[in-house]
Ligand binder design. Structure first.
Ligand SMILES: [Mn+2]
Length: 190
């Protein structure tokens, strides 16, 4: 039975540019990641195109709510969305796209469409996956705030396990392994 996979990575302002460089393929060579095949790069596609670079977009969004960030503020959350490798690799590309579209509308419904910075599908690594990045803006007691520090981002990961199964059921993934952590994507078997 395949797993639907959603992982969260919190980014402080220093990490946003690194995410941007990977997700949007801003580097010529990827020596640190030999799984990236340059000849398949043109197969990558966006479901949400970033309006500008991620660091600029993050700055713009935070400025718009007049929030004072600290150096340790989580200013962006990046989600990695995929499924069990053997399941995802066997899906025909239009079905993969459908899967990612379901995932996007699910995350949009939880996070808010206006907070999404970009959603890009990588077809040039080992298993197709989507990087969906958003600014964790939410309504706090004293106006709009960044919620990355609080439990709300973690809550979304929790809701995921209950709601996401329904969202992707038509594609065939029935089980869900939610995951969230602050540092990096874990190298766990999925
Ligand atoms: Mn990738």
């Amino acid at each position: 039975m395949p797993y639907a996979i959603l992982r969260f990575k919190k980014c402080k302002s220093g990490g946003v540019g690194t995410c941007y460089a990977h997700n949007e393929r801003k580097k010529e060579a990827y020596k640190s990641n030999p799984d990236i095949a340059p000849e398949r790069r043109s197969d990558n596609y966006h479901l949400v195109l970033p309006k500008q670079t991620y660091p600029r977009e993050v700055k713009r969004m935070i400025k718009a709510i007049d929030f004072k960030t600290r150096t340790n503020s989580t200013v962006m959350v990046e989600t990695l969305i995929t499924s069990s490798p053997e399941f995802m690799q066997a899906l025909p590309p239009p079905k993969q796209r459908e899967y990612f579209e379901h995932a996007l509308s699910f995350v949009e419904s939880k996070i808010g469409k206006d907070n999404i910075i970009a959603a890009v599908v990588h077809m040039d690594e080992k298993t197709p996956h989507m990087h969906l990045s958003f600014c964790p803006i939410t309504e706090g007691k004293k106006g709009m705030t960044l919620s990355g520090q609080s439990g709300s981002v973690i809550q979304v990961a929790g809701h995921f396990s209950r709601a996401y199964v329904g969202a992707v059921a038509g594609i065939g993934a029935r089980r869900v392994r939610p995951y969230h952590q602050a540092q990096a994507y874990p190298a766990v078997a999925v």
